[in-house]
Design a protein around this ligand. Structure first.
Ligand code: PEP
Length: 256
């Protein structure tokens, strides 16, 4: 059975005190979820160590970094390497979030290097893809996602690829309050799974966790998480309050 994930992407939010409160309350209030389900806190770099200590020995929780360097080590002031993340025991890292692509100009070449660094350090990339509003409105969304898959993910060999989690996040839905409809989400997730089957094989495709992201909240999560090819969510705004994040975790728990 595929791994089901509810991952909170805090972005550049919270102080250390707020971070601790959010994690403690989420741990206290979350239902006990199944062995194939995971809750992830994707926290800013300064909170990784503390967050990791909170989830230590709690198998249903894990911590992710939101970014890493494309370089291995050395004179790169301000960068954080995958090796450093691995030395903290961080098991996951976001790669290619649309904010990194658009605000920080990260392109395919850089994102492939980041994934390689992570995989070398046994950290699982959570690779994000998504089309913008113009691409959706001109019906170019499948083409855009196919191109992102080909240029970035499908450069990995099969064994490398098996470690990747995908997050489909239509850019027009991120932080906007607009969510993909159940039909839009399911057809894109199915499309991505089919592309994986063509590029690798059906078994790999069926084992790949594909998350939905984009204004997913306590109200719409159940419908989205119940779709055949949606294996959970990458959650921004709604992961910043324990009440809403726990509701999202519970939605997943009640379905699987
Ligand atoms: C995100 O940034 O990954 C995201 C999905 O944000 P939001 O849930 O706020 O749209």
């Amino acid at each position: 059975m595929r791994l089901k994930i509810v991952a909170g992407n805090w972005k550049m939010n919270n102080t250390i005190n707020e971070a601790q409160t959010l994690i403690i309350k989420t741990l206290q209030q979350s239902p006990k979820i199944g062995a194939n389900q995971l809750t992830i806190f994707a926290v800013p770099f300064p909170f990784l160590y503390t967050a990791s200590n909170f989830v230590k020995e709690k198998s249903q929780f894990a911590v992710a970094a939101q970014n890493c360097s494309s370089y291995a080590k050395g004179a790169f002031t301000g960068e954080v390497s995958a090796t450093m993340l691995a030395s903290l025991g961080i098991p996951f890292c976001l790669v290619g979030h649309s904010e990194r692509r658009t605000i920080f100009n990260e392109n395919a070449e850089v994102l492939i290097e980041k994934m390689k660094q992570l995989l070398k350090n046994r950290i699982r990339p959570i690779w994000c893809c998504g089309e913008n509003l113009e691409q959706r409105n001109t019906n170019a969304h499948f083409e855009v996602i196919a191109a992102q898959l080909k240029a970035e993910l499908f450069t990995l060999d099969k064994e490398e690829f098996k470690n990747v989690i995908i997050a489909y996040e239509p850019i027009w839905a991120i932080g906007t309050g607009l969510t993909a409809s159940a039909t839009q989400a399911q057809e894109m997730h199915q499309f991505i799974r089919n592309e994986i089957a063509i590029n690798y094989d059906l078994e790999v495709a069926n084992q790949t966790t594909i998350l939905y992201g984009g204004s997913c909240n306590a109200e719409n999560a159940k419908e989205l998480f119940s779709l055949a090819d949606v294996d959970g969510g990458l959650i921004g705004g709604a992961s910043l309050q324990p009440e809403s994040f726990v509701k999202l975790i519970s939605s997943m728990h009640e379905l699987h």
